[in-house]
Design a protein around this ligand. Structure first.
Ligand SMILES: C[S@@+](CC[C@H](N)C(=O)[O-])C[C@H]1O[C@@H](n2cnc3c(N)ncnc32)[C@H](O)[C@@H]1O
Length: 426
């Protein structure tokens, strides 16, 4: 084991540590959150935790599955939990390598040909559109009319030719090209709409290219396969999805206490694939998430009870509220900045408390979190506070490692992104 606190360690700058290395694209690049932690970080901690085949690693906030995919490549069993259905779907597909690559290509070619024919036939007809309800869920101008029309035809063709062996891979490839090639969205890191909108897109060609790239990865998949299961669940309630005393290690990155809304980041593909059909679906989804932004705070939320006696969290929430009053910020969301900070750490406390009975004694845990100052520039040292909460719940704090820094324009400061390393001694 080589674990130590390295708070003054060498400065690692954001850009180099964010990028997906060329040799790390296999499987990982099928669909990925911009700024997810990179696969090499997972490798580094698999190594530091001394994990080997027959052991099981858990990612309780698995997102698009970086921990699961990398563990599978390294031959280690994994289990992921994710509350957002789109991210859950992506992770599930990314760890399914039991697909015949040649079959996938020839099936997809039939779909692409069919879609092209329809696009040609409907060239002078009305453009296809989403229902008013579905459209109201999207960020305005997420996608231009003609690219949307072609995407809807492609999606219909995928559905018409449904073959269980390839269907999910075809849909994930669709989600990826929809967001990254066809739409007007950009990520910086929060999702936004480009100034220069795309008036046309080669939807089927881009999709086919993505299928070919997937097929290459599948062809090169290792023959010795580790297991990976992915559950659509809430990491504050684990008993329905995990066996007691079954987890050897945890490596994860939960949301951070800032205004990032993962349901917005994934909105376009979630709506087109039918994971969110109306406002009710969206509310249900948000209610299953850790409260980490003011857009998902609800009446009756009570996770803050878990940190009611935590002095530092209460002081941060008070400082945010004081600042808000001084600055005369009066919107409904601004009024929730203090409360969401308490709900966030309370939710993490609930998760860490719940997790204990599923860990094997001696299990190591790595939580990747970032310092934040999104709420009126009041500094939140997420890693230190999380370590403190974990300690109060009986975990040993092994160290807080610097992973990378990020320049925050609002505060003009380098903000630390850290790995909080814990151990459960049983
Ligand atoms: C920082 S992202 C994880 C990114 C991930 N490392 C990856 O490779 O994509 C955090 C994830 O936690 C999920 N999440 C939020 N609240 C959750 C909860 N209560 N249970 C499970 N997942 C949750 C979010 O939907 C989001 O996908």
């Amino acid at each position: 084991m080589r674990l130590a606190i390295c708070r003054d360690g060498a400065h690692k700058i954001n850009t180099a540590t964010n990028k997906l290395n060329c040799h790390d694209k296999k499987f990982h690049d099928w669909y990925r959150f911009v700024l997810s932690f990179p696969p090499h970080l997972v490798r580094q901690y698999i190594d530091r935790f001394g994990l080997h085949a027959q052991q099981k690693i858990l990612d309780p906030f698995c997102g698009t599955g970086t921990t699961l995919v990398e563990s599978k490549i390294q031959g280690i069993d994994s289990v992921g939990i994710e509350a957002n259905p789109m991210a859950h779907f992506a992770s599930t597909v990314k760890v399914n390598w039991c697909v015949a690559s040649d079959g996938l290509i020839s099936h997809a070619r039939r779909i692409a040909d069919y879609a092209e024919k329809i696009i040609e036939t409907e060239r002078f007809g009305n453009l296809r559109t989403l229902s008013v309800e579905a459209d109201s869920l999207l960020l305005k101008n997420s996608i231009s009319p003609l690219p949307l029309h072609k995407s809807l035809i492609l999606l219909e063709s995928i559905r018409l030719h449904k073959d269980e062996r390839y269907y999910n891979h075809e849909l994930l490839a669709f989600a990826k090209v929809l967001v990254f090639s066809i739409s007007n969205l950009h990520f910086g890191p929060e999702v936004g709409v480009r100034h220069l909108k795309k008036s046309d897109a080669s939807a089927t060609e881009d999709w086919m290219e993505e299928i070919l790239s997937m097929a290459d990865d599948l062809r090169a998949a290792p023959t010795q396969r580790a297991d990976a299961e992915v559950h659509h669940a809430d990491s504050r309630h684990l008993s329905a999805v995990l066996q007691p005393n079954s987890i050897d290690a945890v490596f994860t990155s939960p949301p951070y206490p800032n205004e990032k809304d993962y349901t917005r980041t994934t909105r376009l593909e979630s709506v087109l694939l039918g994971f969110i059909n109306n406002k009710n679906d969206l509310r249900n989804l948000k209610q299953g998430l850790l409260r980490s932004n003011t857009r998902n705070v609800y009446k009756g939320d009570a996770d803050d009870d878990w940190v009611a006696n935590h002095q530092e969290i209460q002081s941060i929430a008070d400082a945010i509220e004081k600042r808000r009053i001084e600055l005369n910020k009066t919107s409904g969301f601004e009024k929730l900045y203090g409360r969401v900070t308490k709900l966030y750490f309370g939710g993490m406390a609930r998760h860490l408390a719940e997790l204990r009975s599923f860990l094997k004694p001696g299990a190591f845990l790595g939580y990747v979190v970032g310092e934040q100052a999104s709420y009126l520039q009041v500094m939140i040292k997420t890693g230190e506070i999380l370590a403190d909460i974990a300690q109060s719940l009986g975990y040993k704090v092994v160290g807080i490692d610097l992973f990378r820094t990020r320049f925050a324009t609002a505060t003009k400061k380098q903000m630390r992104e850290e790995v909080v390393v814990l151990q459960w001694l049983g």
